[in-house]
Design a protein around this ligand. Sequence first.
Ligand SMILES: *Cc1c(COP(=O)(O)O)cnc(C)c1O
Length: 389
Amino acid sequence: MRVPMSSPDLSDLERQAVMQVLHTPTLSMGEQIEAFEAAFCRYLGAKHAIGVNSGTAALHLCLLAAGIGPDDWVLTTPFSFVASTNVILYVNALPIFVDVEPTTGNIDLTQAAQAIQDLIEGGTAARRWLPRRGVGRRKGQLKAILGIDVFGQPADWDTLRALAAPYGLKLIEDSCEALGAEYKGRKVGLLGDYGTFGFYPNKQITTGEGGMIVTNDDEGASLMRALRNQGRAPGDTWLQHTYLGYNYRLDELSAALGLAQMQRLEELLRRREQVAAWYNQRLQNIPGVEIPYIASQTTRMSWFVYVIRLAPGIDRAGVASRLAERGIPVRPYFLPIHLQPYMQTRFGYRQGDFPVTEDLGERGLALPFSGVMSEDQVDYVCDALRQVL
Ligand SMILES: *Cc1c(COP(=O)(O)O)cnc(C)c1O
């Protein structure tokens, strides 16, 4: 048997929706994107939803709307997909890392609290949180927290908000892995000031490539709408550009696909929940395997990937290659951002700087996962894993 790492969950509804767009002359900036955005506003109770062509573009625009620029510091974590740190560099701001909780992989709140206090104080207190090099000589100022809802589990946003409030820090929520997740009964996306979703084919819903920004901030929303469309402000003609903008537009074919997926969202989330439950049942008693941890404030996990942790000392690469021989792809998840070559070169990060992130990075193994996986496929993967271990 060969099991794919992930697969989109598509039906005739999606195929027809895309085909219908091809019978119209409008392939960009038409009614599909408006309807897709409206579906997000309804689903989340958001004032504004802005469709863009990737989750990365969504994050980039949120930083611009939050007014983050050169000399600003943004607190975030290195246990994430690189985009959440890269966008901070795109606006010439400085990402400042704190480590994550060993259970969830989300931001460590004790460290975040200490870092915020020290960074606001400045001087030597601040220095211990800054990278070894690449900081520049000018004084920086902490402006925002960029938190990630890792693997579809919300970070502790009430606590983050309480930490941010005394200093007026902006909160940016990277929910690109967490559409549909709930924190204390509230859906992710609006737990900070600006939230983002991504629709790459392995996400809960897909548009091929695509992303969505959600916010209740009127001014920020209108700026982000202009920036995604080459800087055209309301009232600008096609060749007038009030701002330096980008082409971050989501085309109509992708938006139609996304709209159809949103109509099936509850079904898509349930199927993923079912697959995760199959995995949990079969893996909870295998020695050496730790199944995903769900925090008490997570009232709904939105399964993005299914990542187990192997006990210390198990040869993960060996396990992966023996699973590959059986037609089962697996992936280490995540490779820490601070240890990516360009981050080491620029900031002087080394092994040992963020021990929890590194430990999770060394022991985490994403198994094949999608809403279209069958129980037989889950059995096959779990049996193989048991044998290999
Ligand atoms: C998928 C993802 C993104 C967005 O990725 P794109 O490929 O640009 O859509 C951003 N952050 C995290 C944590 C992600 O997993």
